[in-house]
Ligand binder design. Structure first.
Ligand code: NAP
Length: 523
């Protein structure tokens, strides 16, 4: 039997009292390690983090906490090779795809270390300027953001075991809020190892960072009114979190990042043969194949002017045909594995469900694998579907296949295209491709209310743009409606979730003293 990974809770390593759940190499089918939290005293784990970790973090200034984040970055940088090995084994990802998770996570944490330093020795954030409450200016109201005196519980998805931890932990720890992370079971190993390395380095105060692997049972029950929970995963589990008594009755603040039917929109001036057309084609292919399409931001729906439908189908399919799929240890392989055989079954079933309303433009289902046994490996080639009547094909607007799949659709007017995009009921990101700055701005504004991010690409930013699916810490990540309604990142805006806003009404003199402990975060 493989090693049972210990949990780090209440300031010590604790091994569960049962055999645990095996984590499996999705390409080779071999068992790697096991995880479990059976027998763990969750009450003790949460109180220790809340009381010891929280108090120790709040005793520091933003700048001091930012310096700790900087030290954590150095530890993680030094251990990158080990993280890549774990990612190859447990997630079945190519080196390039592992980098999105591992280096993306370290980069994001580094950003919060830098931004945190700019907050200086403050202990509270000031929100706006003092406002007079009457004619006499001697009594005013100042809004402040004070770090919450609770714990931040992260319940994370399987596709980003590194980035999913650090993009949340950066803002939380910088805010002075201790973290308990519960990684998705399938890929918990990388999260557990990173936490182990940080714990071993002795950088953070006791209780500041804990990891609990295995079942989620009982975690939400521990949450108290000043705690927060940040969930990333499916809409179904998101609904369970949202309706838990901790949230529904105790008002625990809750951030939900759920699945989303993201889109790409080709504007009418981006005809086949133009650079903007090629940019869309390249990005759709990239989004379908990076991490085998297991990205919450991946392009699931592609809208093009009706006259360009065939050309777009041909161009995207031609590139997909060149994608080699299989064992990520083989240098010839461009796209690795899905996370598990269960996920492979789910992708196949999802594609069959969509195919009842769509034509197959490129079928990756039967693609031969490189260096991998199709009876064991969770690998599948990319599939492009097409729906010539996007109004009738309701499934493609509401059902997410979490794998290398996307659906191409024609539109007759831009208003119609935006209305079709909105049938996703709120998404993380939409990207727009064209050349005319006014048309791009109009499309971006038309999509802004239903998206957390609009990625608008024209030829002059071809080499500069950061990519449709790449979540940059400077920009908001999250989306309304079906995407979960959450907000993450966006620079120092991310700190808001871990602070409580309070209006302090006091004399101008007292507000002056208060302001001496605070700073206005640069946005
Ligand atoms: P999932 O099945 O919903 O699981 C997410 C997390 O919730 C896991 O840690 C899981 O633990 C835990 N969980 C399951 N049931 C729970 C319950 N009753 N109470 C509390 N926690 C529970 O999602 P997934 O399959 O890991 O991730 C894929 C989905 O996440 C996709 O739909 C994708 O679009 C979405 N996603 C969204 C974002 C975003 O930022 N918006 C990012 C990545 C992924 P176990 O693993 O132990 O079951």
């Amino acid at each position: 039997m493989s090693e049972l990974l210990p949990n780090y809770a209440a300031g010590r390593w604790q091994t569960a009292g049962d055999a645990g759940t095996p984590l499996v190499d999705p390409v080779l089918g071999t068992e790697l390690v096991r995880v479990s939290n059976t027998g763990l005293d969750l009450g003790e784990a949460f109180s220790f983090a809340r009381e010891q970790g929280g108090a120790a973090l709040r005793a520091l200034t933003y700048r001091q906490r930012a310096a700790l984040l900087g030290e954590v970055v150095k530890v993680l940088q030094a251990k990158r090779d080990a993280y890549y090995e774990i990612a190859t084994a447990n997630s079945g990802t190519t080196k390039k795809d592992s980098a999105v998770d591992i280096d993306g996570g370290i980069f994001t944490l580094g950003q919060y270390a830098r931004w945190g330093d700019s907050l200086g020795d403050a202990r509270v954030l000031l929100d706006g300027e003092p406002a007079r409450l009457g004619k006499d200016p001697a009594f005013q109201s100042q809004h402040v953001l004070a770090p919450t005196r609770g714990v931040a519980l992260f319940i994370n998805a399987f596709n980003f075991p590194s980035w999913g931890l650090w993009e949340k932990a950066g803002p939380a720890l910088l805010s002075g809020v201790p973290v308990i992370v519960k990684p998705a079971t399938a890929t918990a190993w990388l999260t557990q190892r990173m936490v182990a390395d940080v714990v071993e380095a002795g950088i953070l105060p006791a209780g500041a960072l804990s990891v609990i692997c295995g079942s989620s049972r009982g975690l939400m029950d521990q949450l108290q009114p000043f705690d927060v929970v940040s969930f990333t995963g499916s809409a179904e589990t998101g609904a369970v979190i949202r309706s838990h008594p901790a949230v529904a009755e105790r008002s625990v603040r809750c951030n939900i990042e759920a699945d989303s039917l993201n889109s790409a929109l080709l504007l009418p001036d981006a005809a086949p043969g133009t650079e903007a057309f090629d940019l869309l084609v390249a990005e759709v292919v990239r989004e379908m194949t990076v991490k085998s399409g297991q990205k919450c931001t991946a392009i699931r729906r592609v809208f093009v002017p009706r006259a360009f439908y065939e050309a777009a189908a041909d161009a995207i399919s031609a590139k997909l045909r060149k994608t080699t799929v299989g064992n990520p240890r083989n240098d010839a392989v461009r796209m690795g594995s899905l996370v598990s055989r269960e996920q492979l079954d789910a992708v196949r079933a999802g594609l069959a469900f969509l195919r009842e309303q769509a034509e197959v433009l490129h079928d990756g289902g039967a693609q031969p694998l490189v260096d991998a046994d199709p009876a064991i490996a969770a690998c599948i080639g990319p599939t492009l579907l097409g729906a010539r009547d996007p109004h009738a094909a309701d499934r493609v607007h509401r059902f997410e296949v979490f794998g290398p799949a996307s659906t191409l659709m024609p539109y007759d007017s831009l208003d119609e295209a935006c209305a079709l995009i909105r049938r996703g009921d709120g998404s993380l990101v939409s990207s727009v491709y064209g050349t005319d700055a006014q048309a791009i701005a109009d499309a971006a504004l038309a999509l802004a209310d239903s998206h957390g991010r609009v990625h608008a690409i024209s030829p002059e930013v071809a080499a500069l743009n950061t990519g449709h699916g790449n979540v940059m810490p400077m920009s908001l990540h999250g989306g309304p409606g079906r995407a979960g309604g959450g907000e993450e990142l966006g620079g120092l805006r991310a700190l808001n979730f871990y602070h409580r806003r309070c209006a302090v009404q006091a004399s101008t003199a007292a507000l002056g003293r208060l302001a001496a402990n605070g700073t206005h975060p640069a946005r």
